[in-house]
Write a protein that binds this ligand. Structure first.
Ligand SMILES: Nc1ncnc2c1ncn2[C@@H]1O[C@H](COP(=O)(O)OP(=O)(O)OP(=O)(O)O)[C@@H](O)[C@H]1O
Ligand SMILES: [Mg+2]
Length: 385
């Protein structure tokens, strides 16, 4: 269980799934070795520590408006604006420090890390392809496959319960390099991914919507979306209008995917599982720059599955869905069949299968309509099929 303090700090540091971190914590398996945070990114890196040390608080907030979120979320009392942060903190009472178990000295370093993480997502690189180099199944038999997936492609992953579908998604999520139980390797644009890119928590290439999600910060939906929208416009003052429209689009979309409606004022911790999923799918489609989206069993989320997938593919992303749902399995361009932990087959969805989707959709609609009637307290008499 993440304590409140670490929950908050974790959120600030994390990449997409957590990112916006206001904090969505997926429950996917994490088999990666621990790595210290704050590893550098390739390319130009802003020295936030010295910016925070030398700027007055007023100027710092003008240049990096998103820093306000940091202060708000740590409940930092109003500070003298004409001093640099370290000096301004000297004049604040100790009560809020006790609340978060922090020392004054730690705050500037944490703000630097927060700004680094929030601005880093601006530089995510586009991805043209993902390659999965086979490892071994559960009994050690080599998979012997090399699967190339190009951008704009939807792949479904099917197989019995416990066969290893989530494991395959987990391998992609951590950009495995032979160091997970399957021994698989994952390449981006045909190349091995560097350690920095693999382990960094911000601006991740891969976003995962896992089977279970928990929010650890009690923000309203509107604040949650605003925080993410602003993190994409950090350093500019232009976040207002454009960000406002983006938030509204994202919010409307989430509500159209979910069953029971929620408002911008609803607390994220009060959202149901399906509503959380709907929010994250909309957010992923409209705000995330992650080029690869992994979805674990969307069918149990109670959201409009077909619409969710078409939303995600619109943005030329690579989408992989682990599913037991025929509609989603056949709606994909290809399906990977998993057996005993290994990739057993890779099947292109045939023309006949695509055609039979229409019949499956009719059956699915009947089931969905029946579900809606039952949910609203009605009685059901099914027609003969
Ligand atoms: N190739 C492999 N080698 C070793 N262990 C594996 C391999 N593939 C999967 N596993 C392990 O098998 C277990 C079940 O796998 P997983 O959770 O991925 O199944 P699943 O297909 O997602 O099941 P469900 O449909 O119930 O969600 C996990 O502990 C996973 O780490
Ligand atoms: Mg699973």
């Amino acid at each position: 269980m993440i304590s409140v303090r670490y929950g908050l700090i974790f959120c600030f540091s994390a990449g997409y799934v957590l990112y916006c971190a206001t904090a969505l914590v997926g429950s996917g398996e994490a088999i990666l070795p621990a790595k210290p945070r704050g590893t550098g990114k390739a390319g130009k890196m802003t020295d936030f520590a010295s910016i925070i040390e030398t700027r007055t608080l007023r100027r710092l907030l003008e240049e990096y408006p998103i820093a306000r979120d940091f202060f708000q979320n740590l409940n930092i009392p109003p500070l003298e604006q004409e001093l640099p942060l370290a000096e301004a903190l000297g004049g604040a009472s100790d009560d809020w420090l006790l609340e978060f178990g922090l020392t004054r000295g730690e705050i500037p370093a944490q703000l630097a890390e927060f700004l680094h993480n929030m601005t880093a997502s601006e530089t995510e690189r586009p991805v043209k392809s993902l390659t999965i180099l086979g490892g071994y199944d559960k009994t050690g038999i080599p998979e012997g496959v090399e699967l190339l997936i190009e951008s704009g492609t939807v792949i479904s992953i099917v197989g019995p319960t416990g066969s290893g579908k989530s494991r395959l998604l987990g391998d992609i999520e951590c950009l495995a390099q032979g160091d997970t139980p399957t021994g698989r390797r994952v390449l981006i644009d045909g190349e091995t991914v560097g350690e920095d890119e693999r382990f960094r928590l911000e601006g991740k290439i891969v976003a995962q919507l896992s089977q279970n999600m928990n929010f650890v910060m009690d923000l309203a939906v509107g604040e949650f979306l605003e925080m993410h929208a602003r993190s994409r416009a950090v350093g500019t003052s232009a976040s207002g209008g454009a960000a406002g429209a983006l938030i509204q689009t994202c919010f409307d979309c989430a509500n159209s995917l979910a069953g029971e409606k929620f408002t911008l004022e609803t607390k994220v911790t009060q959202l149901s599982g399906g509503q959380s999923r709907a929010l994250m799918i909309a957010d992923c489609a409209y705000m995330s720059r992650s080029a690869i989206v992994l979805i674990d069993e969307i069918e149990n989320a109670g959201v409009d599955r077909r619409e969710a997938i078409s939303l995600l593919t619109r943005a030329e992303k690579i989408v992989l869905i682990s599913t037991h749902d025929p509609l989603l399995a056949l709606g994909a361009d290809k399906r990977v069949v998993i057996k005993n932990g290994g990739i057993y087959k890779i099947l292109e969805t045939s023309r006949e299968e695509k055609e039979s989707l229409a019949s499956i959709e009719k059956i699915d609609k009947l089931l969905m309509d029946t579900r809606a009637v039952l949910r609203s307290g009605g009685r059901v008499v099914l027609p003969e099929i």
